[in-house]
Design a protein around this ligand. Structure first.
Ligand code: HPA
Length: 275
């Protein structure tokens, strides 16, 4: 499996590298549900649909366009995924995290992730941006199986999953731009069900501020290769104080993420420009 997997990674990387004239991207970016618009701000864009990239999966989730976009953001050459692959879509963790391995082979220096998430910290409100400072993994670990020594060690350190210097800079940038940000712990569950009230309460009790169905596998794989990570959740729903007629639904999540996308865009662009 591991030799075959590395061949799959390298084939995808070679295809992308040829499309971007062998350039080394400074950063890799993953844009979550409803947040794909940031990719439209990328200049001198090269758009590569996932369907063309060997060994990439199909993007089936709502609010996920399914393009890899390369070009300039904050004056740096970046590759951005407009939509990601989720475990709940039925993909194995090898497929969910393959793009991160591919970005590593392409030579990224930083990894930026974003997602839509449900707030479980009762001080959070829909539309808030939460800078992710730590994570709780309640999904299968993507590093289970033979270790890929070419990418990192068997037992990776996870003491600082999100880069402290990037968090500090992002907070300063948000302050300068007059954008309210919070920070907190992101918990990943498999989905695709949203949580029951009891589950939201449980996740709060065990230390989460927000809950979602992505990001953590990608961050584990990036940290396996010691790539500095910066992550942001857009709070799209509140997992507390449910009114009698409240229902969670995917379209509302995407709409709420869309509304907050511009704030996220401005922070990430300035952060990349500052590096
Ligand atoms: N739970 C899980 N994933 C989510 C949520 C949620 O409440 N909101 C957006 N993604």
């Amino acid at each position: 499996m591991s030799k075959e997997y590395i061949e799959r990674i390298n084939k995808a990387a070679k295809f992308i590298s040829d499309k971007i004239d062998g350039k080394t991207p400074f950063a890799g970016i993953v844009l979550g549900s409803g947040l794909g618009e940031l990719a439209e701000k990328i200049e001198n864009k090269i758009v590569i649909p996932y369907t063309e990239i060997p060994n990439f999966s199909k993007s089936t989730a709502v609010g996920h366009k399914g393009n890899l976009i390369a070009g300039y953001l904050g004056e740096k050459f970046v590759v951005a995924m407009q939509g990601r692959f989720h475990f709940y879509e039925g993909y194995g963790m090898d497929q969910v995290t393959l793009p991160v391995r591919v970005m590593k082979v392409l030579g990224i220096s930083y990894f930026f992730v974003s997602n839509a998430a449900g707030g479980v910290n009762p001080s959070f409100r829909v539309g808030d941006l939460m800078i992710i400072k730590d994570q709780i993994n309640l999904m299968p670990n993507p590093l289970i199986g033979k270790n890929l020594d070419e990418f990192g060690p068997r037992f990776p350190d996870m003491t600082r999953p999100y880069d402290l210097e990037l968090i500090k800079r992002a907070k300063e940038i948000a302050k300068d731009l007059n954008i309210k940000v919070t920070s907190g712990v992101y918990l990943a569950s498999t989905g695709p069900t949203y949580e029951t009230p009891a589950e939201y309460g449980f996740f709060r009790t065990i230390g989460a501020d927000a809950v979602g169905m992505s990001t953590v596998p990608e961050v584990i794989v990036a940290r396996h290769s010691s790539i500095p990570v910066f992550g942001v959740s857009v709070i799209t729903n509140e997992g507390f104080n449910f009114s009698e007629d409240f229902v969670n639904d995917g379209d509302h999540v995407v709409e709420a993420a869309n509304r907050a996308a511009e704030k996220l865009e401005r922070i990430i662009t300035s952060l990349i420009a500052s590096l």
